[in-house]
Design a protein around this ligand. Structure first.
Ligand SMILES: Cc1cc2nc3c(=O)[nH]c(=O)nc-3n(C[C@H](O)[C@H](O)[C@H](O)COP(=O)(O)OP(=O)(O)OC[C@H]3O[C@@H](n4cnc5c(N)ncnc54)[C@H](O)[C@@H]3O)c2cc1C
Length: 434
């Protein structure tokens, strides 16, 4: 088991066993559901298997975890008072602030009293005769209700890597979903990340200049574009507050709920120069504009998508000094934007550092079989939510999710262990960087 996975034993208890409504999940969605139900005077409770509220933002505490939605579009829009009170400090705020925000909202509207934590729903069955739902909770209780609202999230169950040999790994290992609440000391350590999805792309940019060595194990690259984050000053926040109605109106017009709207010109109506001018502009702007304020044909016309993908590939080549590494970071199996696009801060520049190494596991497969020559003590592993195939399995054409990585930290500076960088000649694994 990776560190940080143990839930506290203090089970939330309530003597009450029947409610009109039970909401499952106390993340962003569940908090809003209980606010509405409380306003309506409905007898309701929220059950969450986690030790506290926040869902995604309670769990994902890894370095670099942050929004890629503009913070002020992610926040709740239901209360003008809340909108006027809350000051987002960054355009794309980080996990600590996001969790603070959700706690602030919950406390402001006195919603915590409706919530029960460490209460995982194991089963829900509709009792046809009694016209009610019967919920089995993992603390042994059975609760009943007339209505169940599922607010369980789409990323609330991590997929740990299934690498042979993980159980015997002697060092520290982490999954980004279960990142510890205490800081993890990585300065000077050897760190390995398995996966190059949105999560890994955030971590790599954040820690590359802080760790001793960083080895990234990549199955297949993802397209990524700059986040272009920045602080939000008092004056800018005042301006945002004055525009909230327009901002939310724009979000409700867009398919994904973001404030970015597509360029209405036809891809082929614009000249090549006009297309390049738009792409240069969007590449330097914050957030998903590069994806969502683009020409609509990017999503529907293969030639248009190929032209734009080639533009982004050239951007990668300009940012990554080593041409071999640059080519490895350019996706070949899908075009830009047909999958969720990770946004990055210094991700590509990280590979220009001497202490950062990219290992393509299609050339150098992950092999977790023991290598006695390696010093295996004082090693830390950290993993994220990806579906990493078992060691030595053939690579699937597509990964099942891109928000994943696994990380191994090892301090080889003690016990005479040698610091050796992985190469294609060395069948190094996440567990055997030595
Ligand atoms: C690192 C990261 C960054 C993200 N950034 C963005 C972003 O910028 N913009 C965006 O729109 N989205 C983003 N997302 C997606 C994010 O998941 C959603 O924005 C949002 O937080 C989901 O909220 P939710 O309440 O639906 O689910 P969650 O936050 O996942 O909450 C679900 C809750 O349900 C609980 N639960 C699940 N099953 C059970 C059960 N059986 N019994 C009891 N409790 C249960 C879980 O413990 C959890 O607390 C991001 C996700 C991640 C992981």
């Amino acid at each position: 088991m990776t560190e940080g996975t143990k839930a506290p034993s203090d089970k939330a208890c309530s003597d009450k066993s029947h409610y009109e409504v039970i909401v499952i999940g106390a993340g962003v969605a569940g908090i809003y559901q209980i606010k509405r139900l409380a306003d309506l005077g409905v007898d309701a409770t929220v059950l969450d298997g986690a030790p506290d509220l926040g869902g995604t933002w309670y769990r994902n505490r890894y370095p670099g975890a942050r929004f890629d939605s503009e913070s002020y579009t992610y926040g709740y829009s239901f209360s003008r008072e809340l909108l006027n009170e809350w000051h987002w400090k960054e355009r794309f705020s980080g996990q600590p602030e996001n969790l603070r925000y959700l706690n602030y909202v919950t406390d402001k509207f006195d919603l915590r009293k409706y919530m029960q934590f460490n209460a995982k729903v194991e089963a829900a069955q509709f009792d046809e005769a009694g016209h009610l739902w019967r919920l089995r909770i993992d603390d042994g209780r059975e609760l009943t209700c007339r209505f169940v609202i599922l607010a369980v999230g789409l990323l609330s169950i991590p997929t740990p890597p299934r690498l042979e040999g993980m159980d015997s790994f002697k060092g520290r290992s982490f999954h980004t979903f279960y990142w510890p609440h205490e800081p993890v000391e990585m300065a000077g350590k050897k760190v390995a990340i398995i996966g190059t999805g949105a999560t890994a792309i955030q971590i790599i940019g954040e820690i590359a200049d802080k760790v001793g060595e960083l080895t990234v194990f990549q199955r297949r690259p993802n397209w990524a574009a700059p986040l272009n984050n920045s602080p939000i000053s008092d004056q800018e926040m005042a301006d945002i507050r004055s525009r909230y109605d327009d901002i939310f109106a724009a979000c409700s017009r867009s398919p994904g709920g973001f404030e970015h709207e597509p360029d209405r010109r036809g891809f082929y109506e614009a000249t090549r120069e006009e297309r390049l001018a738009l792409w240069d502009k969007l590449y330097g702007e914050p957030g998903f504009g590069i994806w969502l304020s683009n020409f609509r044909e990017i999503f529907t016309d293969e030639a248009a998508n190929a032209e734009f993908s080639a533009y982004i590939a050239d951007r990668i080549r300009k940012r990554v000094k080593d041409p071999v590494t640059a080519e490895k970071l350019i996706p070949r199996d899908h075009g830009f934007g047909v999958q969720r696009v990770p946004l990055e801060t210094g991700y590509f520049e990280a590979y220009n550092r001497d202490n950062v190494h990219l290992v393509d596991i299609s050339e150098t497969p992950l092999d977790a079989s023991p290598r006695p020559a390696c010093e295996r003590r004082r090693v830390t592993t950290i993993s994220t939510s990806s579906s990493i195939p078992p060691a030595s399995m053939p690579l699937p054409a597509r990964s099942t999710t891109s928000t994943s990585a696994a990380l191994v930290v090892k301090n080889c500076s003690t016990n005479g262990a040698t610091a050796r960088r992985p190469s294609s000649a060395c069948s190094c694994t996440a567990f055997q960087i030595c």
